[in-house]
Design a protein around this ligand. Sequence first.
Ligand code: ACM
Length: 680
Amino acid sequence: MRTLIAITLLLLATLAAGQTPRQLNVMPMPSSVQLGTGQLLINQSFSVAISGYLDGTLERGVQRFIAEVSQQTGMRLKPTAAQDSGATLVVHAEHGSEAVEKLGEDESYELAISDSGAKLTAQNPLGILHGLQTLLQLVETGTDGFSVPVITIKDQPRFAWRGLLIDVGRHFIPLDILKRNLDGMAAVKMNVLHLHLSDNEGFRVESKRFPKLHEMGSDGLYYTQSDIRDLVAYARDRGIRVMPEFDIPAHSRSWFVGYPELASTPGIYKIEPGGVDTVMDPTQEGTYKFLDKFIAEMAKLFPDAYFHIGGDEVNGKPWDENPKIQAFIHSHGMKNNQDLQAYFNQRLQKMLTKHHKIMVGWDEVLRPDLPKSIVVQSWRGQESLATAAQQGYSGLLSFGYYLDLMWPAARHYAVDPMSGAASTLTPVEKSRILGGEACMWGEWISPENLDSRVWPRTAAIAERLWSPQEVQEAGSMYSRLNELSWRLEWLGLTHRSHEVPMLHRMAGVDNIAALRTLADVVEPVKDYTRFENVKTVWDFRAPLNRLIDDANPESETGRKFQDLVQKYIQSGYQDRGAEAEIRTSLTRWRDNDAKLHPVLQGSFLLHEIAPLSDELSSLGAAGLAALDYLDKSDVPSESWRVQQLAQTDTAKTPKADLLLVVVEPVRRLVEATARQTAKP
Ligand code: ACM
C-alpha cells in the first residue's frame, strides 16, 4: 500500500487526461495525496474560520498563515479569523496540545480542498500548523489570480523527532537569525531545534547561578534568560521543541575561564585559538555539586523533557597526565578512561532524572551500564544507531546529515535512518529509532552566511524524516526544493540574498556581474578539507569574508549544467536544444576571465581566486572545441585530447578552498570526442 501511495506521489500528477503533467510543489511530500480536477480560487473574499478547539498557538498560526497568503497574493485578507461557517477555509482541531510539546504527540492532519472551499482538520494545533504550511505551498500564481488545486491530503510524519542542530558555541548567532531559522523549520515541518550552547570557544547562555560562565566564557555574546524564554515561546508557537546541549566533559574549555577548578589540568584559561586541550575533572565531588546546581537552573529555563550533555570526542590525555585522576581510576576498579567517562555519565544521568530530564548524548556515551531511557545520537556512523536500538536504547541519526561537510542535498537525502545496519533490525528495535537531526556545526559560520549553509539543503533532510521511505527520487526533490527555496526567502531567510552584498564587499566595485558568473560555479571544499588547509591553528576569530564563505554549498548552475550535458550525451549528441544551452554557458565562461580580471586585480581579497577564473575560461574553450568536433563528427588528434584532459585534471584541484563544479561535465564532453567514428 505504502509503495502504491508513494508511486502516486512521485508521478508527475496529471490534472486530467490530456493536460500537461504537473508536479505538486510540496515539501516534505505528504504521505497520501489524491489530486482532483479544478481549483479553489484565492481572492479578496477568502476567509478563515476556526470551528473547533481554539487557543493562542492555533490563533497565531492562522494569523501568520493569513499574513503569508496576503504577502503572496497582495490581497488584504481579513487579519482575524472569521467565525462563520461559510468561510473559504475551515480549520478544526479536536483538542489542545500538551502544555509542553511532547515527543510523539499527534502531528497528523487532513486537508480537503474542493472548488468551493477547504477544510483542515487535526487532532490538535500541531497538526493544524503542519496543514497550514502544506496549504501555503499549494498556492499557485496564475494568469487570472491565485488558486490552490482541488486535492485531498492525509498526512503524518514518519519519524517523531525531526531536528536541526545549530552550534552557537563557535560563533554566536543572534536571536533574530535563530527565529527566522525556526520559521524555515516550521515551513518544512521540523520539530526540534537542538542548540549546541557551549564549546571551547564560547558559553552562550546567561547563568544567574554561575555568572562567570557566560561573562568570562564568551566574547560578551550570549543569550540572556529572557532571550531563551522568548525563543522557546517562538518555537512553541511553531510546533518546535528546543533542546539545549551543554557539551561535557570535553568541548568545555569556556567553562574553565571562570571556573578553572572544574578542569582536569590546573591553569589559567582564556577564550583563545588553540589553548590547552583539556576536559572536565570527573573525579572531584565539586564538579558534581557544580553541575547539579547548573542543571537545576537550566532545567527550569528549558522546558523540554530532553537535555543533551554532549559526551563526544573526549581526549583522555589530561586524565592520563593527572596523578590524582589516575589514582581515582585505580581505586574505583576502573580499567581505563572510557570507564571513567561512563562513571561521569551515570552520575549525570541520575542528576538529570532528579531534575525531570531525559539524557541525550553523542554515540560515545553508549555503554550498557546506562539506563535504557537515554537517547543516543549517532554521528560516527549508522552502525552505532543500530547497536543502540538492539541494546534497547532510543536513537537519533545525524551521521550523513552534517551540513558543515558541504555535501549536495541529494547525498543527505539518500541517507535513511532505517537503512544500512538498521535495515535488519526487528520491528521493536526499529521503533526505537526516533528520527534524526541535521547538524550545522559552527566553525565556519557567521550570522551572515548561516542561512546559506542551512538552507535549502535542510529541507531535503526534513523530507527524509517526514515523508514515506519510498519518496526518494532526487529529480523530484530538487525541483520541489527549488520552489521551496524561494518561499524560504519570503520568510526572511537569506540563503540566496546574502550573496550579492558579500560579493560587492569583496570586489569593492559596483559591477559584479563577472564575479557572480564565477561564484555561481564554485563550491566550498568538502568534508574537513578546509581545516587541513589552515596554516597554523584554526582561529574562530578569523573573518569569514572570502569567496568560500559566500559560495553556496551546492551550485545550482553546476547541477543544471551537469544534467544538461548528461541529456546531450544520452541523445547521442542529437539534442540541439541542449547543445545550444551548453554552448551559451561555455561561451559565457570562456569570455568571463577577461571581464573579471580587472576586478580581481583591484581587490586583495580576490587575488586568490584568479587561478579559478583562468581555469573556468580554459574549460569554456575546451568544452566549445569538443562540441565543434562532436557537431562535425570529427575526431580530434590524440594529443589534443590528452592535453585537454590534463587541463581538467589541474582544474580539479581546489584553489582558495574552492572547487570548480563544471570540470566533470566538460571532461565528459572532451572524452566523448574519442568515440566519434572517423569520417570515411
Ligand atoms: C561531533 O560531531 N563531535 C558530535
